[in-house]
Design a protein around this ligand. Structure first.
Ligand SMILES: O=c1[nH]c(=O)c2ncn([C@@H]3O[C@H](COP(=O)(O)OP(=O)(O)OP(=O)(O)O)[C@@H](O)[C@H]3O)c2[nH]1
Ligand SMILES: [Mg+2]
Length: 195
């Protein structure tokens, strides 16, 4: 049985990916198993950052690595926070800090003008240098206030019109059927046979 490193320090992401990969028989590790690996997200796009995270992890561990770089693009904010989604309210910002800043920046924007999307770039890198990149997008709206307790990050303020609920008002299994990450992973599965 092979081993795959999920190159993330984000517990929410790791749990979602682990659940979605549940039917595939290999051992999963997260970056917590490799505390010495330090990755600087210096890319100018989701793609570049996903490639950096996957490449560095595969090189440092000698194992195949799957990295997710994701974030939120809000039309009324000209695509902000984009690649700065995790550090929107500062380098060590919590999810609550980031949500607070986002709602503050949108305070004069009515609900129907709050279109936004979650973007996900997923990279799979092998120690021999082989690399694959896939994408997923989830369209929605930013709510006027947080709703729900499930999920992580900006889930409480991300409303999905088809469901009539935020991502924090649905279960992780429901989120894993529709999310940006789920769409990217579905496309990536065809490359996982190499593990
Ligand atoms: O509500 C959310 N539901 C999601 O499904 C989701 N996916 C991503 N994000 C947010 O986008 C940024 C990613 O930044 P990111 O890709 O650099 O990840 P990260 O720094 O948290 O961990 P790592 O994987 O880099 O170690 C972080 O602020 C995440 O909270 C989400 N928020
Ligand atoms: Mg990050």
């Amino acid at each position: 049985m092979g081993t795959l490193v999920i190159a993330t320090k984000n517990k929410g992401k790791y749990l979602e990916l682990k659940k979605m990969l549940g039917d595939i028989s290999f051992t999963l590790l997260s970056l917590e198993a490799f505390p010495h690996i330090e990755i600087r997200e210096t890319g100018a796009s989701f793609d570049e950052n996903a490639l950096i995270k996957a490449r560095v992890t595969a090189k440092e561990t000698g194992l195949p690595a799957l990295a997710d770089d994701s974030g939120l693009e809000v039309d009324a904010l000209k695509g902000e926070p984009g690649i700065f989604t995790a550090r929107y309210a500062g380098e060590h910002a919590t999810d609550e800090d980031n949500i607070k800043k986002l709602l503050e920046r949108l305070k004069n924007v009515p609900f129907d003008k709050r279109q936004a999307r979650f973007m996900c770039s997923l990279a799979l890198a092998f120690p021999d240098g082989k690399i694959f990149l896939e994408h997923g997008i989830l369209e929605g709206f930013i709510t006027l206030k947080p709703c729900g307790i499930e999920g992580f990050g900006y889930d409480p303020v991300f409303f999905v019109p088809d469901l009539g609920r935020t991502l924090s008002e649905i279960s992780v299994d429901e989120k894993n059927r529709i999310s940006h990450r789920a769409k990217a992973l579905e496309k990536m599965k065809k490359h996982l046979y190499m593990l």
